[in-house]
Write a protein that binds this ligand. Structure first.
Ligand SMILES: *Cc1c(COP(=O)(O)O)cnc(C)c1O
Length: 438
């Protein structure tokens, strides 16, 4: 898969190289140079297939030119070895549960795949010229769930170290416990600031040439194309569960917009989705853009769906590229909705009352997104909404909203009892560099 930069000023590179470098040298994000539409018969053959088979078929179609067949299949099956239930709530509404990975949020799809891709790359370095592998430092900024998914995916992997930057006091207790209690090759850094500050710091570190010369630094944020490709797979799987005649509207709870960018890439390959809803909390930079045509990032605001508290979504650049910078084309495919904390709490209660379904706040935002579109002409569409986290990760919000307890899965309960290791910094690159070079 040939990859190019969204900014068009960097050489085209193979996917594996794009993954190894994270950000393109011109500061843009890597995107597939082309996304060949697969023939209808090919999609037809995957209809109703189990998730791992759909994932392997798509991986081969996208990356088969760069990997040995068996190696790629093993990588995908191993990275994505957890179930993807599609739960029907009523005749027009289904929820796609993406939280059955080891850290109970959908970020496991990207993080586990990326870790394996980078490990393969390390082997290449070691075998290629006999140089001792000095080790890779994976730097990741998290608004909550990325940190644990990435830390868990790289935990104990030889020659790698993970540094997790997170906004102090703005992630849930369970989220924090998941990445601060691992130790070993995982360093948790609490930043006195917001997620945007963390993201800015990470970008500054990647852009610092001197630091880059001393360290092999790579990103595990959704700026990495290696995280987005595996996220394309579940769109295909979920859409192919419906009858071929169904019109599908897919509601995506969005923050940094990696998930939606993956959905759009899947659609470009021919996944039968008619429309996307980008559902956000009050951090509404992209909905405002769709509304006004003006892209104006704002400082992020803390909400109860904290993994989506992003004021300057880094994947917006990819989305814009995918639509060739054409606002009308983007509007034709993506609607946007914005939801307050009060609406989200109400939606959690409603899902529980109406369907007996317990949703976390991010999932509830996706549910609210399904109500946003009026479709006067038959046939009535099928609404898919993506469930991105297990409700127990946000029990503080969910329990009062449903008036009952949410059972904490064993691994999450265990994390809460372990000792936490945290380094605190104010938010300057110097402080971060000292940690990275320690
Ligand atoms: C990261 C995250 C999101 C937002 O996904 P993006 O790809 O950043 O838009 C939504 N829900 C949960 C639970 C998340 O962890």
């Amino acid at each position: 898969m040939i990859c190019i930069s969204t900014r068009g000023q960097a050489p085209a590179v193979p996917f594996r190289e794009a993954v190894a470098s994270g950000l393109a040298p011109d500061g843009g994000l890597y995107v597939p140079a082309t996304l060949a539409r697969q023939p209808d018969a090919w999609w037809q053959s995957l209809r109703g297939a189990p998730f791992p088979d759909v994932a392997v078929a798509m991986a081969q179609a996208l990356l088969g030119d760069e990997f040995e067949r068996a190696e790629l299949e093993a990588l995908v099956r191993e990275a994505l070895s957890f179930p993807v239930p599609v739960v029907r709530l009523d005749d027009r509404l289904q929820v796609v549960e993406l939280f059955h990975g080891p850290t109970f949020a959908f970020k496991d799809f990207g993080a586990r795949t990326l870790a394996r891709l980078l490990a393969l790359g390390e082997r290449g370095v070691a075998a290629g010229d006999g140089i001792r592998v000095e080790g890779l430092t994976v730097l990741v900024a998290t608004s909550g769930d990325t940190g644990s998914a990435v830390a868990q995916a790289f935990y104990g992997v030889p020659h790698t170290r993970v540094v997790v930057l997170y906004p102090e006091g703005q992630v849930s207790r369970v989220q924090e416990a998941q990445f601060t209690t691992l130790g070993r090759n995982v360093t948790a850094v609490a930043v006195d600031g917001t997620f945007d500050d963390c993201q800015r710091l990470a970008k500054a570190a990647f852009a610092d040439a001197a630091l880059g010369a001393r360290l092999r630094l790579t990103s595990a944020n959704s700026i990495s194309l290696g995280r987005l490709v595996p996220q394309m797979f579940y769109y295909a799987f979920a859409a192919l569960q419906a009858p071929a005649s169904a019109r599908i509207i897919c509601s995506v709870p969005s923050g940094n917009f990696g998930n939606l960018a993956a959905g759009v890439m899947a659609w470009r390959m021919g996944v039968p989705i008619d429309r996307f809803v980008a559902a956000t909390n009050v951090n509404d930079t992209v909905p405002r853009y769709l509304d006004t045509g003006v892209y104006q990032p704002r400082p992020s605001v803390a909400t109860i769906a904290n993994a989506m508290d992003v004021g300057a979504p880094s994947n917006f650049e990819r989305l814009q590229w995918l639509f060739g910078g054409d606002l009308a084309a983007m509007r034709a495919m993506i609607s946007a909705t914005v939801h307050t904390d009060a609406e989200v709490r109400h939606a959690i209660g409603e899902l529980h009352r109406r369907y007996g379904y317990v949703a976390d706040p991010h999932t509830a935002i996706a549910y609210l997104g399904t109500q946003a579109l009026e479709h006067p002409s038959p046939p009535a569409p099928q609404h898919l909404f993506l469930s991105t986290a297990h409700p127990a990760k946000f029990a503080d919000v969910v329990e009062p909203a449903i008036g009952g307890a949410v059972e904490l899965p064993g691994p999450l309960a265990a994390a809460l009892t372990r000792e936490q290791f945290v380094t605190r910094i104010g938010g300057t690159l110097d402080e971060l560099a000292a940690i990275l070079e320690a």
